[in-house]
Design a protein around this ligand. Structure first.
Ligand code: PTJ
Length: 250
């Protein structure tokens, strides 16, 4: 991104766009991943491109859930691989949790490329290439997953998830943590714990909480998760956005 000077007021946003467009050219990101990114940018604008105090609480709760559950899995798609491969590998190492590639637009070639990128960032094992299990209640292609990964997980972190899969996973008793900048999306509305934040900020923040909470008693972690009210959180975020917009002087 040589033509954009660091002093450009939208430098960070343009840098991230560059990451995603490069990854699309390399074949990691699906074409519609660019559209999804644009939608995310619009919501991030409304949030002030910052993590709200409400979302910090959601990130802390997600960290507690990832630490208490026995088989945590971090699901990775094209956009997440483009923006946060290194950070997902670090989070997986801190918990520890498995990494599984799970795509909305299934493609063996894209899975190979994503797996290579994760391994370049230090991932020892990547799940999702075996494709030997199916999430019930979803059409065949999108339901494909790994028996040792998502299929037998008790908690799944699914950044930028689609609503159908989120619903199907919760229906079979998984705790589903979604990261989605759109608080109105079906995945945001149906997750067990929703994080309305940019994946770029959210993953390092969850990792920080994981490292802080690691030494905390299991009972305390359980209380953090039990006291989480996702419906109230989503309401608080919508009020936060509307107050922010109402406070802007013409
Ligand atoms: O790589 P694949 O095949 O798994 O496909 C991935 C995409 C993202 C293309 C696919 O899952 C898809 O079409 O997703 P949707 O239904 O467009 O939903 C994406 C959601 O992610 C939208 O609600 C966006 O607001 C949100 N989003 C986009 N970028 C970010 C984001 N949320 C957090 N951080 C982002 N950087």
């Amino acid at each position: 991104m040589t033509t954009i000077p660091k002093s450009h007021p939208r430098y960070e946003s343009l840098r991230i766009r560059d990451l995603i467009t490069k990854a699309a050219k390399q074949g990691l990101v699906h074409d519609t991943g660019l559209i999804a990114h644009g939608r995310g940018e619009a919501y991030d604008y409304l949030l002030g491109e910052q993590t709200s105090s409400f979302s910090l609480e959601a990130e802390k709760t997600a960290a507690a859930a990832l630490l208490i559950d026995k088989n945590p899995v971090l699901s990775i798609n094209g956009n997440v691989a483009a923006l946060s491969s290194k950070e997902m590998v670090r989070l997986g190492q801190s918990i520890p949790a498995k990494l599984e590639i799970n795509l909305f637009h299934p493609s063996k070639k894209r899975k190979q490329l994503i797996s290579q990128r994760l391994q370049n960032q230090g991932a020892k094992k990547v799940y999702g290439l075996k494709e030997d299990a199916c999430i019930p209640g979803l059409d065949q292609d999108r339901a494909i997953c790994d028996t040792e990964g998502i299929f037998t997980s008790d908690v799944v972190l699914v950044p930028l998830e689609d609503g159908d899969r989120c619903q199907a996973l919760t229906a079979i008793g998984k705790r589903v943590i979604v990261i989605d900048l759109n608080p109105l999306s079906r995945s945001a509305q149906t997750a067990s714990i929703t994080i309305v934040d940019n994946v770029i900020r959210a993953i390092p923040s969850i990792t920080k909480f994981v490292n802080e909470l690691k030494s905390v008693k299991k009972e305390t972690l359980n209380n953090i998760v039990k006291s989480w009210d996702n419906k109230k959180y989503l309401h608080d975020i919508l009020v936060f956005i509307s107050k922010r917009l109402n406070s802007i002087e013409p």
